[in-house]
Design a protein. Structure first.
Ligand code: FES
Length: 133
């Protein structure tokens, strides 16, 4: 099947098997390997991307479901030559851990702060808690 959507501000069209996940489409068809795949069943959050502004586990979404959507991956959140304030804060506070799930954590935190810029630490813990412990 052919599916068309936007990734990090660029239109893409890919031919995929109907059962291909968005995570595998991003990684293997579009070479956006910043999206990591861990548990493959929606628990760890490593594969989280933004789909039309919402944080979505891309291992639980089929690529064909992204038709006409705007997808942002960790590559799309980055600035050209410097860390974003959120990335810099992760670095400053040693929040990277092993680094495998960091892209998903940053995407999840970005979505939270976009929706709830004044959220408190308990809310941040609540939202990030399913993401890599
Ligand atoms: S790989 Fe998608 S939630 Fe773990």
């Amino acid at each position: 099947m052919s599916v068309q959507f936007e990734v990090n501000g660029k239109p893409v069209a890919v031919d995929v098997e109907p059962r291909l996940t968005l995570a595998d489409c991003l990684r293997h068809h579009l070479r956006l390997t910043g999206t990591h795949v861990g548990c493959e069943h929606g628990v760890c959050g490593a594969c989280t991307v933004l789909v039309d502004g919402a944080a979505v586990r891309s291992c639980l979404m089929l690529a064909v479901q992204a038709e006409n959507a705007k997808v942002i991956t960790i590559e799309g959140l980055s600035l050209k030559d410097s860390l974003t304030p959120l990335q810099a804060s992760f670095r400053k506070h040693h929040a990277l851990q092993c680094g495998f799930c960091t892209p998903g954590m940053i995407i999840t935190a970005h979505a939270l702060l976009s929706e709830e810029p004044d959220c408190n630490a308990d809310r941040v813990r609540e939202v990030l808690s399913p993401t890599c412990r």
